[in-house]
Ligand binder design. Structure first.
Ligand code: FAD
Length: 307
């Protein structure tokens, strides 16, 4: 219930203004977001790389309603990737992109998002790195998978995300578990109706395990995005079962969440990639993190009350 309220708030302009202007919100934002500028994000990236971690950088933005905004965000990604090319960290840092930020919801949006995503992928190739297409609201899934297929013809390493809460998740994983295919598996962070998504925690976890079995047993490169200790452990067992080397899959976690676990797994020889969001449009991202976990919300409310 609380989750639904917070997810609804993530799309409300009124709540957005309230949260953005609350005096101490920024302290909370700082825990989950690596600053508002490219420079801030690159400083965090360098630190995490020196701790033995891999990175995926997300220039925050979503649900773009004007073509000029989509153009601006595309340019920001090109700028970021230019910086990664200059400092040579492309082998450790990739980027995550939301197609709705690149114009997917505009009239003729799929075509616009595809063209913009092509530019981002070309800049990534120049920086010796790759792009993963984040998965968003369930209404965008088919379109995002169509764009992915087109991008992979030209940029085969472009990564997909499958949300285990979708009833069709296992089917999507089976279709993507082929050679060279990079697939991030997450539980899913948006609000979706029962008709398309599992809504119970156990059901979602069971779907996550089924999807992991398909991906870890397949020929692609699985990216297990979760903070859930049980699922991380099952992922490790499946790697052993399928004889996967540590460099043939990775764990992924969000910046600011379970940082000690990220480092512990990396010290054990696993590949761990941290999702590092940055930029001014942090509101929707923050609200999804609060919706996920009551403890995050408690942290947020305490920080508002005590400062
Ligand atoms: P949860 O059910 O939230 O948590 C399970 C358990 O993990 C908890 O019981 C606890 O033991 C542990 N845990 C979780 N949070 C904490 C914490 N703060 N401190 C300590 N322990 C904790 N969603 C999308 O819809 N689309 C995407 O493209 C997408 N990309 C993602 C990329 C990455 C790298 C990650 C990590 C997540 C992404 N997500 C995405 C979000 C994802 O769908 C989930 O909403 C989010 O990861 C929370 O689910 P969880 O698997 O961590 O499990």
């Amino acid at each position: 219930m609380l989750r639904q309220v917070l997810l609804a708030a993530s799309r409300s302009g009124g709540v957005r203004r309230l949260v953005e202007t609350a005096p101490y919100t920024r302290n909370v934002v700082r825990r989950f977001v690596a600053g508002e500028s490219v420079a801030g994000a690159l400083a965090v990236t360098e630190q995490l790389i020196s701790d033995g971690l891999l990175i995926t950088l997300d220039h925050l933005g979503e649900d773009t309603v004007e073509a000029s905004q989509a153009e601006t965000i595309t340019g920001r990604y090109e700028e970021l990737l230019g910086r990664l090319a200059q400092n040579g960290s492309g082998s450790r840092a990739e980027v995550s992109v939301k197609l709705t930020a690149l114009g997917q919801l505009l009239d003729d949006g799929e075509k616009i998002a595809l063209e913009n995503a092509r530019r981002v992928c070309a800049a990534a190739r120049d920086a010796n790195t790759t792009v993963t297409l984040d998965m968003e609201d369930h209404t965008t899934v088919d379109s995002t998978l169509r764009v992915l297929r087109k991008l992979r013809e030209e940029f085969p390493s472009t990564g997909a995300v499958i949300q285990a809460y979708l009833r069709r998740a296992e089917e999507y994983c089976a279709a993507l578990a082929d050679e060279g295919s990079r697939v991030r598996l997450c539980k899913g962070a948006y609000s979706a109706p029962e008709s398309v998504a599992f809504t119970g925690r156990d059901e979602i976890d069971r779907s996550y395990v089924r999807c992991m079995k398909v991906l870890m047993g397949g020929r692609g490169y699985p990216m297990l995005a979760t903070h859930d200790p049980r699922l991380i452990e099952i992922g490790g067992s499946l790697a052993g079962l399928h004889g996967r080397e540590p460099d043939s899959f990775e764990y992924q976690m969000l910046y600011g969440i379970r940082p000690n676990e990220q480092r512990r797994l990396a010290r054990l020889g696993a590949q761990v990639r941290v999702y590092v969001p940055y930029g001014e449009q942090w509101y929707g991202y923050l609200m999804r993190r609060l919706a996920e976990r009551p403890a995050n919300l408690g942290f947020f409310l305490r920080s508002l009350a005590t400062k």
